[in-house]
Ligand binder design. Sequence first.
Ligand code: PDD
Length: 287
Amino acid sequence: MSRIVYVNGDYVPEEDAKISVFDRGFLMADGVYEVTSVLDSKLIDFAGHAARLERSLSELDMAAPVTTDALREIFRELVARNNLVEGMIYLQVTRGAPNDRDFAFPDPDEVPSTIVAFSQSKPGLADNPVAKIGQKVISIEDIRWGRRDIKTVQLLYPSMGKMMAKAAGADDAWMVEDGHVTEGTSNNAYIVKGGKIITRQLSTDILHGITRAAILRFARESQMVVEERSFSIEEAQNADEAFFTSASAFVMPVVEIDGVQLADGKPGPVAARLREIYLDESRKTAE
Ligand code: PDD
């Protein structure tokens, strides 16, 4: 049975889900997206993702195509129609499809935004065995644009970064600007030193991760010390632990950076504990 996809108000089989060749998401990467994980057929941190979507849209002067309540219903409908138990809902909103290519934004009263959402089934997402062994990352220069706080679909450089990591025999890449780690290609980066959790402060340099916000809240509630500041690759290589967070990976330990093994080369206790707390707590508030 083919997957049911949501396209501009309709639920259609994926082979019938089509948008215009003039869509600005396709021509200009003029679009934003959200990835929301699903556990036990429920949405994890939906409110956080909906709030960030609203912010991304408003920063780009794009109208919200649906209300937050309507979006929740669309996500739930996709979960139900696709019998999704564990996985993700991918949502993309673009500035729509004018009837030609033009750099200028179209009049929003004439060109409605495009909204597409689909489910991705990932059985075993929560019990991912990779979390028990950790990942290897390489560092690459961060050459992305200056508004990384907006979750746009301009993902060419992050895709290249993942390919560079693969070519180097690693799993992912952490991006570095002015000697400091900004974030991972599709996640936020952390180190742990002397029991302290260190992660880059929020600014336009990084995406304001929804998982990051939850993890820092849970860490503080568990009396862990959190320091929001930049760190270098060298500091990370000398840390007790490192990890990254995202809606699809939750908390993922990092055991090697640029070929240098961290501590004993095994995932550390802080990352393991945070992963456990995150999964427990976010399941409780899932909707
Ligand atoms: N990526 N930083 C970047 C550059 C990201 O692309 C992501 C998410 C994050 C983590 O944000 P969150 O915790 O809200 O997922 C940080 C998603 C998962 C993706 O592109 O698939």
